[in-house]
Design a protein around this ligand. Structure first.
Ligand code: NAP
Length: 308
């Protein structure tokens, strides 16, 4: 089977598509024939060697986290999935490898893919949906009538968060470049801020909550938009290199992989509350180009890798 892997840390040029043996599912695992996968910014961090404490560093290293495909084999003890089931999932933390024709994965962290979502859509929604749901529903616990500032509203995670917060009944402020403002309005954002031109701390003031997907100075400056007692969840890569301001709650959610959150993604998609993001669809062989696009930090929606 074909898989994306690399033998040394570096730029997109280190990425290769090579033939490797198809894995055999262990107890509790399934072998999934992957139809679609995606690119996440974390893939580029892993490729550059910035995640050596999290991801296994034994070369060759495999990449990719979102999968949607068909169960091809089941390991011992798996009773809730069978050969032929369409499933979608996010790989376990530290066990990347979704940019490939197949993968073994714990059955307990896969969910049945609903028919109304294509494999591309399911792969696009999985990790961004998990991240936004864990951050906004579980961590911030956003309530109807509250206000929230979403940093990076046009990205994968931010573009899921905007309609999620509208569905909850919040007033949504979101930042993006001017060319993404119509897109953010189409997602339901109430106030769209051009971060290149305007100071978001002057427009989004006294917020009940902030969801930061950008990081760095954007994140620490976002503390100024929070009211006293407000909550901020941040998910961008990097360490917590800041002092928590008095009276404000700053949390980094742990985006665990599990079936209930994937089922919640499917439920929200079925109800129409959240649609699949705009997708730029590439092939496994386009992996270097996909990483270059992701590193531009201006992708709208998701980069999807259609494997079959
Ligand atoms: N902790 C976790 O488990 C987890 C899971 C998933 C993602 N993440 C992290 O979350 C972050 C976002 O992921 P993603 O997939 O959403 O990234 P993404 O899709 O690559 O984000 C790209 C978007 O960022 C926007 N952007 C860039 N700079 C900005 C700024 N200064 N202010 C506002 N928007 C800005 C761009 O909008 P414009 O083109 O309009 O500028 C673009 O649409 C990444 O750091 C990722 O590693 C963490």
């Amino acid at each position: 089977m074909k898989a994306v892997l690399f033998d040394t840390f570096g730029g997109p040029e280190v990425l290769q598509v090579r033939d490797i043996p198809e894995p055999v599912p262990a107890e509790g695992e399934v072998l999934v024939e992957i139809h679609s996968s995606s690119i996440n910014p974390a893939d580029c961090h892993v490729r550059r060697g910035a995640r050596q404490n999290i991801v296994e560093t034994k070369f060759p290293i495999r990449l990719g986290r979102d999968i949607s495909g068909i169960v091809k084999k089941v390991g011992a003890g798996v009773t809730d999935l069978k050969v032929g089931d369409a499933v979608f999932a996010v790989t376990e933390q530290g066990k990347d490898g979704a940019n490939a024709e197949a993968i073994t994965i714990k059955a307990s962290i896969c969910a049945k893919k609903p028919d109304f979502l294509s494999h591309n859509e399911a792969a696009a929604l999985a990790l961004i949906g998990l991240t936004a749901l864990v951050s906004i529903e579980d961590t911030i616990k956003l309530k109807k009538g509250e206000s929230i500032l979403i940093q990076g509203g046009a990205g994968g995670v931010g573009g899921y968060a905007v309609p999620l917060c509208k569905h909850i009944g919040a007033k949504v402020y979101a930042t993006a470049s001017a060319n993404n403002h119509d897109y953010l309005k189409s997602l339901g954002a109430d106030v769209v801020i051009d971060y290149n031109k305007d100071d978001f701390t002057k427009i989004a003031t006294n917020m009940d909550a902030v969801f930061d997907t950008v990081g760095g100075k954007v994140q620490s400056r976002s503390f100024d938009s929070l009211k006293v007692g407000g909550r901020l969840a941040w998910v961008a890569a990097g360490e917590a290199d800041f002092k928590v301001p008095e009276g404000k709650i700053i949390v980094r959610p742990n985006v665990a992989r599990d079936r209930p959150h994937l089922e919640r993604i499917a439920e929200l998609a079925k109800s129409g509350a959240i649609k699949a993001p705009p997708m730029q669809v590439l092939k496994l062989e386009d992996i270097r180009k996909a990483h270059e696009l992701s590193e531009s930090r201006h992708v709208r929606g998701k980069l999807v890798i259609q494997v079959r």
